[in-house]
Design a binder for this molecule. Structure first.
Ligand SMILES: [Zn+2]
Length: 424
């Protein structure tokens, strides 16, 4: 070790310079989230090419950051799946009064088209108590929160799964509407109505919903890489899904700020960071498509990997990073206790987040297929703060990004410990 004081200054200077560089760019973060959540990206789903517009934007950002395209020189890995969509009309009225899509009601994502005016029958007992002919041509109102009905949980499930008749189901949600994506088409339509939008007595339903089932929707994973300086064949994967729920009718779309423009903004910040600080092993950045449709982009990737799966040292999946008041949850923590201890010690050293939560394996985001294939992987999401989730309120304007900067510092600190030393 040198004792020359002039040389001692050099690491100090480098250290302070690199500290200056190890920071996510908050202006860039906001601009990425704002853009991905804007109406012109259509909720990054399956209407008006929302997913393709997002993929084009991400590949351009990868290119600007200096990432190379590993898919025959490009960034896109295409695949296809069936999906039900609602690109045009979507009207629901009760007792001749129009409801607001997204605010007052949502349509079941697997619903077929339905038009007309129908009488509504309030259901108070299990399906076995009704005859098909009494239900024919009627919409059936299921309100389990209302006094005077005798529907247990099992009976409710029976009604939803195998209604003995009726034109469609009108299900009352007590507090929150949560939308999703369906890759199949149901036999009959289902509408979820928020309790506060429901009249005391419902006697009629005016409905005009048009669904378009697309058997073969093509979409793309976006993949970029930074080649390692010394260990090219050893890979660190960072991934986040960029798709969300898309549009529901002409007016309503789901912006998906926390889920998962926040994770994509983190992915891009990490890509920009590591392209300036070239790592020893190669780093692969994947923005997955089709996550909300059932983890389909990551499934496709693991079935069609670009490199042997055994070359992946570790995968970090970023999904829901817009809050953090209550810390960060780590899925798979109990599966990899040593790696979790390492992440936890990086956190404790600087107290980036108030706590790291531990969970076991869960099939709740894109890390899942990699875990199943034996790749060590964590899925990290922030806890606390806003509760908007899979609804029209998950917007950029109200996304706090409370611990976004700290998450970035935690991830870079942790990922650096996973880089191979020059000896291995
Ligand atoms: Zn998500």
């Amino acid at each position: 070790m040198s004792r020359n004081p002039r040389l001692l200054l050099l690491p100090l200077l480098l250290c302070s310079l690199s500290n200056f560089c190890i920071a996510q760019d908050s202006v860039y973060t906001r601009s990425v989230i704002k853009r991905l959540c804007s109406p012109s990206y259509h909720g990054r789903g399956y209407v008006k090419n929302g997913d393709h517009r997002a993929a084009d934007f991400l590949s351009a950002e990868f290119k600007k950051a200096g990432l190379t395209g590993p898919v025959q020189g490009g960034y896109f890995q295409g695949f296809a799946f069936p999906v039900n969509t609602f690109p045009t009309r979507l009207k629901v009225g009760l007792n001749k009064k129009q409801l607001e899509a997204g605010e007052d009601f949502i349509v079941h994502p697997g619903s077929p088209s339905c038009q007309g005016n129908y009488p509504v029958l309030r259901i108070t007992r299990g399906p076995a108590h009704y005859r098909a002919e009494d239900l024919a041509g009627k919409w059936l109102l299921l309100d389990t929160s209302r006094a005077g009905n005798e529907i247990g949980k099992a009976e409710f499930r029976e009604w939803v799964k195998h209604p003995p008749g009726g034109k469609g189901l009108l299900i009352v949600e007590p507090a929150k509407l949560t939308w999703s994506v369906s890759t199949s088409l149901n036999k009959s339509p289902v509408i979820y109505v928020l309790k506060k939008a429901l009249p005391d007595t419902v006697f009629s339903l005016d409905i005009d919903i048009r669904s378009e089932f697309r058997e073969h929707h093509t979409t793309r994973n976006v993949i970029g890489m930074i080649e390692g300086s010394t260990h090219k064949d050893s890979l660190l994967f960072i991934c986040a899904h960029y798709d969300h729920l898309g549009r529901m009718g002409r007016k309503t779309y789901f912006p998906g700020a926390n889920d998962n423009a926040s994770g994509i903004a983190m992915l891009l910040n990490l890509a920009r960071h590591y392209s300036k600080h070239r790592p020893a092993c190669s780093m692969v950045f994947v923005a997955f498509a089709g996550e909300e449709a059932g983890l389909l982009g990551s499934k496709y990737y693991t079935e069609h990997p670009l490199w042997p799966m055994s070359h992946i040292r570790f995968l970090l999946n970023l999904d829901l990073l817009g809050t953090g008041e209550e810390g960060l949850m780590v899925v798979n923590a109990s599966l990899f206790p040593d790696l979790f201890a390492r992440l936890d010690s990086v956190n404790r050293e600087k107290m980036f987040l108030p706590q790291l939560g531990k969970r076991g394996p869960a099939a709740n985001s894109d890390h899942y297929w990699f875990s199943e294939a034996g790749v060590p992987a964590f899925f990290c999401y922030t806890m606390g703060g806003i509760s908007a989730y899979h609804d029209i309120y998950d917007r950029e304007e109200t996304l706090p990004l409370t611990k976004f900067k700290e998450c970035f510092q935690l991830f870079t600190g942790f990922l650096d410990t996973l880089q191979p030393s020059n000896r291995n």
